[in-house]
Design a binder for this molecule. Structure first.
Ligand code: ADP
Length: 255
């Protein structure tokens, strides 16, 4: 048990792959409802951090040390990947994965929490609560006009928003997004920033991203940005603060 009040609490995390130290005494706390951007050079340990949080990397493949808690009581290190997904940690990988042959609304229905939608998806009516959630998610993701379209026909940006919508159908406590705007147009990028900004307060998020304009749109002048390098937190502060940090310029931005 810990006494912190955040949604995600990582303390002194170290991850060693067969002698290679991918994460080195990393500590990080994300507040409830916060949208935290994590930046840093390739190889900094960003993906490994997400892999440990979501249960993908466990002691079978690496030496792991340290604590990872969801809220103050849920010890994620004792849980596996399906259990962690089940308790409300959603993860979005770089590439969109949607059910291409199915219409948008059905993608959302299939993604809904609970087993009812999985087992009877094609015949059962979505219950009232589920329908309201779906309508809210369609509005948030700006996909209302595409609800009956086959998901495979959507643009790349729309597919990315749909996949985030699918995660939202599970009403997650924490969403982890790995380079969500890679391959997007400027307009799609700004729409995604709008979507994630609108989720602030309802759901906590950690966004790993290289696109600094997108990071600026998410962090705003006051949001906290974490810079990772060589498996540790190099700097943490507002985007302006970390951009002025000599070590950040040297290890990341200066290149
Ligand atoms: P980032 O996402 O910041 O680019 P990663 O977490 O992917 O960084 O990688 C950190 C380091 O850990 C890299 O040098 C990578 O090669 C290494 N690494 C990641 N996963 C494994 C693994 N399963 N086995 C061995 N080395 C790994």
């Amino acid at each position: 048990d810990t006494s912190h009040t955040g949604i995600l609490y990582v303390e002194d995390l170290s991850v060693n792959f067969d002698g290679f130290q991918a994460i080195n005494k990393l500590s990080l706390t994300i507040d409830v409802g916060e949208l935290r951007c994590v930046i840093g050079p390739n190889g900094a340990g960003k993906t490994t951090l997400m892999d440990v949080i979501t249960g993908k990397t466990r002691s079978a493949i690496a030496d792991i040390d340290g604590s990872v808690y969801l809220g103050s009581t849920i010890d994620l290190m004792t849980m596996n990947e399906p259990q962690i997904a089940q308790i409300g940690v959603g993860r979005k990988f770089q590439k969109p994965t949607v059910f291409e042959q199915h219409p948008v609304w059905e993608n959302l229905e299939l993604a809904m929490a609970g087993d009812k939608s999985w087992h009877h998806s094609l015949i059962a009516k979505v219950d009232i609560e589920g329908r309201q959630l779906m309508e809210a998610v369609l509005a948030l993701t700006q996909l209302e006009s595409e609800a009956y379209r086959q998901a495979g026909l959507l643009s790349h940006g729309q597919k990315q928003r749909l996949e985030i919508g699918m995660l939202l159908m599970q009403q997650p406590k924490l969403l982890l997004l790995d380079e969500p705007v890679a391959g997007m147009t400027d307009e799609e990028t700004m729409r995604l920033a709008e979507l994630l900004n609108s989720l602030r307060g309802q759901c906590s998020m950690m966004v790993v991203e290289h696109d600094m304009e997108f990071v600026a749109a998410l962090a705003g002048p006051k949001g906290k940005v974490t810079v990772l390098a060589e498996g540790s937190v190099l700097a943490e502060g507002t985007l302006d603060e970390v951009k002025r940090d000599e070590r950040v310029i040297e290890s990341y931005l200066g290149r």
